[in-house]
Design a protein around this ligand. Structure first.
Ligand code: NAP
Length: 261
């Protein structure tokens, strides 16, 4: 783990100026986009990664290019002690935390017949247990934070099931329950907790699906396309911002209208 960065110099545009944020899985993809956008909005960002140190370094460079401080921290969030150590490093470096984005996750395509105990446990650990352990460790910091807020990154599979199989869908559905439980108990402490549930995004993760499955998804989507990381990051930043000050325990679906509750 290392600490890098430079003093903050820019102002934020959505009320996140000067906030201290931790984004898990920020070495690439959606997490990297959220980290960059948080920095543009004036937040300092702790960039968590698992194996892709080079990717995390690129995200850190983008954060610093916005004039904000970055931390680059590795952890396997499937391991409870590593999740706790991740938060401890943020506490030791910054003395606190205001914003948490639980974005890290894995989505192997695992149909029922391919799921043994190890596969089931691994998918649940990375997508559900990791966010729980990070949230539990972060609670004492968030209680002391400035307008603290958490966003968990779920998926529309929590409502629809889908091509990645039951383990991923069950884990992401569990994340909705975790979000609601935390929102109910942490609301009186002044901490908001919400979830963003993207549909398929233009990404390597979605492109792992067979082409016919992707085409079917687009055909079932009123807006007839996949989303972008930027569009999902917009929703994450909005939920973290003062514009969403009276919203907690909600799951915001960002999927072009495929799921309508
Ligand atoms: N892409 C989509 O179409 C889509 C749709 C709906 C929901 N989502 C959700 O959005 C989030 C981001 O998706 P993405 O497409 O950006 O994914 P991605 O490109 O595969 O990135 C996943 C991130 O999670 C980290 N990670 C994976 N396993 C980990 C573990 N055990 N411990 C710690 N970190 C771990 C990775 O770290 P390293 O790379 O450093 O190892 C990486 O930073 C995920 O929660 C995903 O389920 C994605």
């Amino acid at each position: 783990m290392d600490l890098s960065g430079k003093p903050s110099v820019t102002g934020g545009s959505v009320g996140l100026d000067g906030k201290r944020a931790l984004v898990t899985g920020a070495s690439k993809g959606l997490g990297a986009e959220v980290a960059r956008r948080l920095a543009e909005a004036g937040a300092d960002v702790a960039i968590h990664y698992h194996r892709d140190r080079a990717g995390a370094g690129q995200t850190a460079a983008a954060v610093q290019a916005s004039g904000r401080q970055s931390l680059v921290l590795s952890a396997d969030l499937a391991q409870p002690e590593e999740a706790e150590s991740l938060v401890a490093h943020v506490r030791d470096a910054w003395g606190g935390l205001d914003l948490l984005v639980n974005n890290a996750g894995v989505a192997p395509v695992l149909p029922w017949e391919q799921i043994g105990p190890d596969q089931w446990a691994a998918v649940l650990a990375a997508n559900l247990s990791g966010p729980f352990y990070v949230m539990r460790a972060a609670l004492p910091l968030l209680r002391q934070g400035r307008d603290p807020a958490v966003v968990n990154v779920g998926s529309v599979v929590s409502f629809n099931g889908g091509a990645f199989g039951p383990a991923y869908a069950a884990a992401k559905a569990g994340l909705v329950g975790l979000t609601r439980s935390a929102a109910r108990e942490w609301g009186p402490l002044g901490i908001r907790v919400n979830c963003v549930a993207p549909g398929p995004i233009e990404s390597p993760l979605a492109r792992a699906l067979p082409a016919p499955a992707l085409e079917a998804m687009k055909a079932q989507t009123p807006l007839r396309r996949m989303g972008t990381f930027a569009e999902v990051a917009d929703a994450v930043l909005w939920l973290l911002s003062p514009a969403a000050a009276f919203i907690t325990g909600q799951t915001l679906v960002v999927d072009g209208g495929r799921v309508m509750n």
